[in-house]
Design a protein around this ligand. Structure first.
Ligand code: ACM
Length: 491
């Protein structure tokens, strides 16, 4: 339990810290009887204020109102006096961020809000969090808890990794039986069936939950590698199909066959299904760690390469990506790919494809220079939340790989960018792969507080030393949400 001090500056309550914040003198007690009043554009926020802050409808204590002037995208102003809260925004997205700041003050202060005046808006528009739901399955409830905690920290993208060698997790129109690609006979579970499949109703539930928190959900189908689970049900779509979805971890030889028209028919159907279920503008098409040996050995692939003048298997992956990106574009969405799609796609890759730079920063910097918009999530800079906090056999997470507290707290997505290419930098994200993450509690522990630290780097970066004073408040917030978190020596 932290010692509450009445003179604690309001800035210490916040992670991310607000862009401009002045602390007054005294506090406001928010309690179950506190009542809110919403201006017409913000009327839809009633249920959220009731569920997140326990407030009542009634025009007495908290006012959510239009800003007098246009504020930046997602920007807001907040004034807390001893007897009133006034939040102003010129968009619903901005008002949502104001409500999350009130929620941070509320959780950190156990209901006592410091009087203050805040003006705030984000540095980057892409502030993301990826959860791998293929290596281990996470329930809708577990996912929603993580989205809610991410949104508290002003994150605004949930990247949902839905397919991999170990599981294909959603139904595709016209392709029955994919549910079998979501279950494996797993030694980790004494050979019992392990897995899970998201129904359309599950997906709509997550998308709605996220939308209420102004979080865009980006679904990922990882192709042409990482397709073992899919090929276990539809082996005719590729090479090296396993009998069942994989149980172990690593890079597997299963790969789609780019020389088959049926593969593109399947991908068109999968993209069509995703467009029906996910209203957001983006579809992630994967592209990482694709094995090429089967393509090199196959007469059909070699014939395709000869016909199209494709020099080698790397270029064949580039061609495949361009074909999938065309399907995404024809469906009215924007494709995102891991940085291999830029390496292999080169100049022929449509500049509208967004590149997620994960193997380091270099690919992202080059892609931005070449005219692609980029999302930075380099694994060597703290963005891989499946890594351990410290190299310690007692800790959970990928053994002997570390994303330290300090790395996360100093991550700078713009490092190495020049002024021109920085215009193509959308922001960054943290990725939680789940080979070593078995359930929601372990995911929370690995995500928090690192995800909050990265959120600050994307919203309003602050010196790492400023965290010394803020972490106790941060843990109070996470405790308030019943989110498990790591509390190591360096925090
Ligand atoms: C990745 O970590 N394979 C994108």
């Amino acid at each position: 339990m932290i010692q509450f001090q009445y003179h604690t500056p309001a800035s210490q309550y916040l992670l991310p810290e607000a862009r401009s914040i002045e602390t007054g003198d005294g506090t406001l007690h928010l309690h179950l009887g506190s009542a809110y009043c919403l201006d017409p554009p913000f009327e839809g926020f009633g249920p959220l204020l009731e569920s997140q802050l326990g407030l009542n409808d009634g025009c007495e204590d908290l006012y959510f109102t239009n800003a007098k002037e246009a504020l930046p995208v997602e920007g807001y102003q907040l004034k807390v006096t001893k007897d009133q809260v006034v939040a102003r925004a010129s968009s619903k997205a901005g008002m949502f961020q104001a409500i999350q700041t009130i929620r941070q003050l509320y959780l950190a202060g156990h209901g006592l809000l410091p009087t203050c005046r805040i003006e705030d808006s984000p540095l980057y528009r892409w502030r993301g969090f990826m959860l791998d739901c293929a290596r281990h399955f996470f329930t809708v409830g577990e996912i929603e808890k993580l989205i809610d905690a991410a949104a508290l920290h002003h994150l605004n993208v949930f990247h949902w990794h839905l397919t991999d060698d170990q599981g294909w997790r959603f139904p595709v129109d016209g392709y029955p039986g994919l549910e079998a690609a979501s279950r494996r006979a797993d030694p980790e579970h004494q050979g019992k069936e392990y897995g899970g499949f998201y129904t359309e109703a599950d997906i709509r539930e997550v998308v709605d939950f996220a939308a209420q928190r102004f979080v865009t959900v980006v679904p990922e189908i990882d192709v042409p590698g990482h397709c073992g689970a899919l090929l276990s049900v539809y082996p005719q779509l590729g090479f090296n199909a396993p009998q069942r979805p994989e149980c172990g971890w690593g890079i597997f030889p299963a790969v789609l066959n780019p020389a088959k028209a049926e593969v593109f028919a399947f991908l068109k159907a999968a993209i069509g299904t995703l467009c029906r279920l996910f209203p957001g503008p983006y579809i992630h098409i994967g592209g990482d760690e694709c094995p090429h040996a089967a393509w090199e050995a196959d007469a059909g692939c070699r014939k395709l390469m000869a016909e199209k003048g494709i020099a080698d298997a790397d270029a064949l992956q580039g061609w495949f990506t361009s074909e999938v990106a065309k399907l995404v574009k024809a469906a009215g969405r924007r494709a995102i790919g891991w940085d291999e799609v830029f390496e292999f796609g080169g100049d022929a890759l449509d500049k509208e494809v967004i590149i997620a730079s994960w193997r380091g920063s270099e690919a992202g910097i080059k892609a931005a220079k070449a005219g692609h918009q980029v999302i930075m999530c380099p694994k060597d800079k703290g963005c891989y939340l499946d890594y351990q906090y410290e190299d310690d056999p007692e800790e959970i997470g990928a053994p002997h790989k570390v994303s330290s507290f300090t790395q996360c707290a100093t991550f700078d997505p713009s490092e190495g960018f020049d002024e021109e290419s920085r215009k193509n930098l959308l922001g960054g994200q943290a990725n939680l792969w789940t080979e070593y993450v078995r359930n929601g509690r372990e995911a929370e522990y690995l995500a928090f507080p690192r995800l909050a630290l990265i959120a600050e780097r994307l919203w309003n970066p602050q010196p790492v030393e400023s965290l010394d004073e803020r972490m106790a408040m941060e843990y109070a917030k996470l405790d308030g949400l019943k989110v498990l978190s790591w509390r190591g020596a360096s925090a």
